[in-house]
Design a protein around this ligand. Sequence first.
Ligand SMILES: [Fe+2]
Length: 281
Amino acid sequence: MRSLGEDCGDLAGIHWVNDAGGCSGVYVMEDGRTLIDAGNMYGLTDELRDFGPLERLERVLLTHAHFDHVGGLAEIFSETSPDIFLHEAAREPLSRLKEPFPSFFEILEKDKKIHFLRDGDVIPCNPSLRALYTPGHTAGDLCFFAEALGGLFSGDAIPYNSRARDSMGLARPDVFSRGCVENWIQSLRKLLRLNIRHLLPGHGEPVFHTGADRIKLGLFSLYSSVCGEQKDQAWIMMGYEMLDAGFLEEARQCAAKAMRLTSDSVELRLLLERMEGEAAK
Ligand SMILES: [Fe+2]
């Protein structure tokens, strides 16, 4: 378990059990009282005992229902019974996991251990977290925003445009869980308008200070997947996104990339005109 406060002072008090293979990372807050995601690794409970008795665990916030993020609940519930928070659209994918998980979640729901969050709900932990509904990877994705720290627990909501991550399917929506690239673009658009400095994803290393840049990269990877071979179109669409979000310099960079790929495009010409207008303001 790594104390993120040693890497970045803003994140003092947040710990990270790193991801491995088919298992998401787990973030630990409030000395073991709150978890973000449960991973799917044996031995998580031993790690949590570093903070004291496991019974102090009060809540687990789930970013979505993929097994690599929820499988670890089995080990946790063999010893203690925290409350589980997730978006209602994640309920159906939970019911499609292999047994005994669907029965397990049914029992939890009957025992009133499952709580459904909506966009904007605030979880009263320390620091407080705001649930942000960010469908796209699946229909039930939530991010948790620690506004006071500028930190976003993002689960799989930010596609990571590297070969390794592509091969894990993280840049593609999970259509079986009603993921959808158009919704995903909308979700990242929403995140770009927040003051996110640190990104705490479900897979890969935490990103300190440049979290917003990683979101921009994620958005571009979505446009790339939508546009296929038409990379100039992806850069132009990204340019419009950057302008709309108030990032004029990034919009210029996108337009420059598009210009290298296409000499004559109405969309590019309109983008350049809009950029000129913005610069003149
Ligand atoms: Fe996922």
